[in-house]
Design a protein around this ligand. Structure first.
Ligand code: NAD
Ligand code: DAU
Length: 345
């Protein structure tokens, strides 16, 4: 089979590329990625000389190029990870989120209709459900929870989900969607909470915690997300939506303190800063549908996953130090200057 993985040079897509190239020697795993600020060929370097691996630099919104890729590669399955993925950036500049996350998904599905495929899988997010109250720990997102996105990022992902289901109903395109909670693990771009805190703590820099640090996220080790998607594209019925999560709910401050403890760093590095506008309070996934239908279970608890992640960052400093030394410096200054200034007012 020829499997097209869009956004395969990013965090989750990159881990999925490694997983698939190593697991399915007889399938061809083709990565299409625009290599935006967070797409990184160094992530794919360990698998780049494998026979079943191919990389094509392309933008999923570029219809002609995408059609040409489908024509030349006889694609069986598409797994669409390609996206603008950072909530804070979507608050600053929503437009690129609509272009990539909505139009890009549409172009890919049009290509699927034109050339024919066995499955189009959309990698979505639990953020399409909005948030849950902090004082109702009995509530979880199910696949039937209404869409109620909060940020321009999650609204763009929710729009794409609606479009995917419309292509299923209208054109019978064989689609599936997964909505996963927060991932962490190797190759995570250091603008997101866990890699940002690890990389800054290792440099003894201040750790910016938004608001009071009590917002809750449900963390899943990235390899567990990869196994879930693999099961869905091979074994699920078409037209299905699956939530993915591992019941590892933590407040942000708990996560940051755990990282500091493992790194043997002082909690005085923590600095509370201005909150994210529209900040979602709590995410919590009910994953019983995928557990029951596809027999999926996460392998890693947060305690084990976070230690493995920190170990990876300690052993792969070149990967993230390259990122920190580039354009990222300007990003951090611009994004966090405002937060620090406002918190000191
Ligand atoms: P990421 O930002 O690390 O990677 C995104 C990748 O997409 C990059 O390699 C980038 O170069 C590529 N890309 C961006 N625009 C493109 C375009 N127009 N054409 C081709 N490639 C393009 O993102 P991630 O955290 O790995 O997330 C991957 C997917 O999973 C996203 O769709 C995201 O919404 C979803 N998701 C992420 C999480 C999470 O915790 N990170 C959780 C649930 C779902
Ligand atoms: O739930 C899935 C989503 O998880 C994905 O769809 C998104 O692509 C992914 O980025 C992630 O979104 P979050 O907004 O939850 O992740 P982020 O790492 O940006 O933030 C996690 C929490 O930590 C959130 O409550 C905000 C907080 N935070 C984040 C940063 C970057 C801080 O307190 N300080 C920070 O510097």
């Amino acid at each position: 089979m020829n499997i097209l993985v869009t956004g395969g040079a990013g965090f989750i897509g990159g881990n999925f590329m490694h997983y698939m190239v190593n697991k399915y020697e007889n399938d061809k795993i083709i990565c299409v990625d625009k290599l935006t600020y967070c797409g990184n060929l160094e992530t794919l370097a360990p698998i780049s000389n494998r026979k079943n691996y191919k990389f094509i630099k392309a933008d999923i919104t570029d219809r002609n190029t995408i059609y040409q890729i489908f024509e030349e590669n006889k694609i069986d399955i598409v797994v669409n990870f390609a996206a603008e993925s950072h909530v804070d950036r979507s608050v600053e500049n929503p437009e690129i989120f609509i272009i990539t996350n909505v139009i890009g998904t549409q172009v890919l599905m049009d290509a699927c209709r034109k050339y024919g495929i066995k499955r189009f899988h959309q990698v979505s997010t639990d953020e399409v459900y909005g948030d849950l109250p902090l004082d109702r720990v009995d509530l979880f997102f199910t696949e039937n929870t209404p869409i109620r996105a909060s940020s321009p990022y999650s609204a763009s992902k929710a729009s794409a989900d609606l479009l995917v289901m419309s292509y299923y109903r209208t054109y019978q395109l064989p689609v599936s969607i997964s909505r996963c909670s927060n991932n962490y693990g190797p190759y995570h771009f250091p603008e997101k909470l866990i890699p940002l805190m690890i990389s800054r703590a290792l440099h003894n820099e201040k750790l910016p915690v938004y608001g009071n640090g009590l917002n809750v996220r449900d963390w899943l080790y990235v390899e567990d997300h990869c196994t879930a998607i693999d099961l869905i594209i091979r074994n699920s019925k078409v037209g299905e939506i699956y939530n993915i999560g591992g019941h590892n709910e933590k407040t942000n401050i708990e996560v940051v303190k755990t990282i500091l403890k493992i790194l043997e760093k002082d909690e005085s590095l923590i600095e509370y800063v201005k909150d994210r506008p529209g900040h979602d309070l709590r995410y919590a996934i009910d994953a019983s549908k995928i557990e029951k239908d596809l027999n999926w279970k996460p392998k890693y608890t947060f305690d084990i996953g976070i230690k493995k992640t920190i170990e990876w960052y300690l052993n792969n400093k070149t990967w993230w130090e390259h990122i920190l030394s580039g354009e990222y410096k300007n990003y951090f200054k611009k994004m966090y200057e405002k937060k620090y200034c406002s918190s000191n007012e």
